[in-house]
Design a protein around this ligand. Sequence first.
Ligand code: ADP
Ligand code: MG
Length: 274
Amino acid sequence: ANTASPETGQTIAAPDQAAAGEPIIKFEKVIKRFGDITVLDELDFQVRKGEKVTIIGPSGSGKSTVLRILMTLETINDGVIHVAGKPLWHEEKDGRLVPAGEEHLREMRKEMGMVFQQFNLFPHMTVRRNITEAPVHVLGLSKAKAAERAEKYLDLVGLAEHADKFPSQLSGGQQQRVAIARALAMRPNIMLFDEPTSALDPELVGEVLNVIQRLAGEHDLTMLLVTHEMQFAKQISDRVCFFDKGRIVEEGPPEQVLVAPHETRTQEFLKGFI
Ligand code: ADP
Ligand code: MG
């Protein structure tokens, strides 16, 4: 049976209702163009509930575009995307599919949290405000409840004592951990990471990867991660997808794709990471 979340009052589907192996993200023949260039070329792509999937591939292959489309930061030109069983860009009205309205998009976004390469924290807000802002304004939590949540997730990323600081007072690694706490505070079912360590000095990469690794231990959390950290991808991924030119060239378990890839293009790409 469904239960109401004690914190938000939202209905949460009981785990037994999610059929095993059911895709929580499903792209079907998705086309995305920017002007004359086709960035996603009839992309078929699925992620199952709880799965940890890493996307690798050369610059410009469409990795960020996949995540940005999921967060509804970009539209699509053709094809269908389902998230948690519901169409992302369409909604049913009187038995017909119509283009999604803002309300539908807002609901769909609640399924997902995203962490960007450049942290994207609000510079004029304290760490705590950065985290409480969306729970208060999007989920309707009281300020006290949201502050409690902020404390919990700051603790989880090891930054409990930094709640009153501003982003500029933190290192890049700390800022990125705040960004992760901020995304988690919305209690998404899906976490999207777009090269979360690419903007960091090498000595700060580990602390962010440690946090992501801990999240990967959560059975129910679906994770979609774009990264060039191949060793890390090997450790945490159930599946690795190699993207090139807007298509999946090769996908499979990390031991295959990262260690003994079948496709020449995957082999060539990985040579750059030894
Ligand atoms: P990746 O993340 O794999 O490096 P992206 O998804 O960012 O690749 O970009 C894929 C392609 O789409 C690139 O050629 C990029 O220049 C182009 N692109 C991405 N965003 C835009 C945009 N807003 N306007 C025009 N072209 C874009
Ligand atoms: Mg990118």
